[in-house]
Design a binder for this molecule. Structure first.
Ligand SMILES: Cc1cc2nc3c(=O)[nH]c(=O)nc-3n(C[C@H](O)[C@H](O)[C@H](O)COP(=O)(O)OP(=O)(O)OC[C@H]3O[C@@H](n4cnc5c(N)ncnc54)[C@H](O)[C@@H]3O)c2cc1C
Length: 434
């Protein structure tokens, strides 16, 4: 049984393709999602189906595997059963790969005002709020309130925050430049807030500096050492300073999937399962935990929560199961770090490949090639390449649709007083969410 068909779970299933086992892959979504490109959906550059694919389709040729849609609510290690939203299923071996979710560091009330980016729904909410903000600014007559709609705050300057900030700057400076009549979209302020002393904290210092320079060149306001103490419908508070903005995006914290708690084993501070070196759960050699949900060290260093680590761990857990079935011993996990890449915008990126580090166009091209290579499915690769070529040549973004999330209405509603009416017949028009 494999719970979760993200990078770790899917690769575990594929690795067991020719093993004499029957596999059940359970996921609460019907699709595998390529999270590294999610920010491009949020930034209206790609469509959801460009970066997601039905799990059933990916595994269609794997005869020893069935795929079930369902949310696992609890694991019962003693009874060797997994409880779902409906019913329960038993297992001999279990691989748990349910990943991570947002953490608002105990301030869950911020989530309403500052959506995080983890799922397709999150990306569509962000896309909607960003595009609607420009529409609302166009309707607004009061210059101060108008500017509030044109202020965008991103909390957290890790890879996701940096990518989003770069993309939002490009939307305002290039994509929308000529689309509005009353507002000048290039007046939009993209404000990136980071609590640590530099952007991209896990990267070497010189690359952080290079990333900061590239962000500033794109027009992003970068504030480091900026601890956010409050977020509401009017913006964010840093220390004693309030930054007004109608759009705030959360890219700051992650916490492990809550499913780990039901195992009753030691968890680290982020809620991840501290696994043995063979990736099994202490006291339960038949259960493996892999990907973002696992806390494991390799060569004395913590393995990072990134896609290549999840892929390698998923494959390794599967390998250990396959070996045990053939009465071979288990092997300890070792992470092969191939380096890190973060993109900032068109022809702007940083790459840390260990001994080699580079920035700018070459790093961006490397980022492009790697992301196309790891995208699942030929169709997606072609579509994404075409979309990228199109937006590179035209600076346009093909997915600029405002689609509905009615629960968002309250957050997006004008502050106290309704927006000033428009002077023409268009004043009767309402910004419709559907
Ligand atoms: C916006 C964003 C950008 C990123 N960019 C990069 C990048 O550029 N490079 C990089 O290396 N890494 C990046 N990462 C990190 C990378 O995506 C993760 O490290 C990786 O996805 C972890 O894989 P996983 O299999 O552990 O979890 P996931 O890929 O998150 O998969 C978990 C799966 O479990 C399912 N699931 C969860 N709970 C349940 C449940 N209770 N019942 C059933 N199913 C469940 C989910 O639906 C999902 O399919 C990014 C992450 C995000 C969010």
């Amino acid at each position: 049984m494999i719970i979760g068909a993200g990078f770790a779970g899917l690769n575990a299933a594929k690795r067991l393709r020719s093993a004499p086992v029957r596999i059940t892959v359970l996921d609460r979504r019907n699709h595998h999602l390529f999270q590294p490109l999610l920010y491009q959906v949020a930034a209206a550059a790609l469509n959801p189906s460009d970066i997601a694919m039905p799990i059933r389709h990916i595994l269609r040729r794997q005869k020893n595997t069935e795929v079930l849609l369902g949310e696992v609510t609890e694991v019962d290690p003693a009874g060797k059963r997994v409880h779902l939203d409906v019913g329960s299923v038993s297992y001999d071996y279990l691989i748990i790969a349910t990943g991570a979710t947002h953490s608002y560091f105990g301030n869950e009330q911020w989530s309403r005002f500052a959506p995080g980016l983890k799922t397709i729904e999150d990306a569509l909410i962000i896309r909607r709020r960003v595009l609607l903000a420009y529409e609302m600014a166009e309707r607004e007559r009061d210059p101060e309130l108008q500017q509030r709609w044109l202020n965008f705050i991103i909390v957290g300057a890790g890879p996701t925050g940096v990518e989003l900030a770069g993309a939002l700057a490009e939307i305002s400076r290039q994509t929308l430049e000529r689309d509005f009549r009353r507002i000048d979209p290039t007046r939009a302020r993209i404000i990136l807030l980071e609590g640590a002393p530099r952007v991209l904290p896990p990267y070497p210092e010189d690359l952080s500096e290079a990333a900061k320079r590239q962000l500033i060149k794109l027009g992003v306001e970068v504030h480091t050492g900026a601890q956010v103490t409050a977020i509401d419908g009017e913006g964010a508070v840093v220390g004693s300073q309030r930054i007004p903005a109608r759009t705030v995006i959360w890219a700051a914290g992650v916490a492990a999937s809550p499913l780990a708690r039901s195992l009753g084993v030691p968890l680290d501070r982020a809620g991840r399962v501290v696994v043995e070196q063979d990736l099994s759960v202490p006291g339960h050699p038949e259960i493996f935990v892999v990907g973002d949900l696992a806390a494991v060290k390799s060569d004395g260093k913590p393995v990072p929560g990134v896609a290549p680590a999840a892929i390698q761990e998923g494959r390794h857990a599967a390998l250990n199961i396959a070996r045990e079935i053939r009465s071979l011993g288990r092997l300890p996990f070792r992470y092969r770090d191939k380096g890190s890449l973060a993109t900032i915008g068109r022809a702007a990126a940083v790459a840390d490949l260990g001994r080699v580090k580079f920035t700018g166009l070459i790093a961006w091209l490397a980022w492009l090639v790697v992301h196309i290579f790891y995208l699942i499915g030929f169709r997606n690769r072609v579509l994404v390449l075409l979309e990228w070529a199109w937006s590179y040549l035209t600076t346009q973004r093909g997915a600029r649709l405002i689609t509905g999330f009615p629960a968002d209405e309250e957050v997006l509603a004008p502050p106290q007083a309704p927006a000033a009416p428009l002077p023409s017949a268009a004043s009767k028009a309402r910004v419709d969410s559907h």
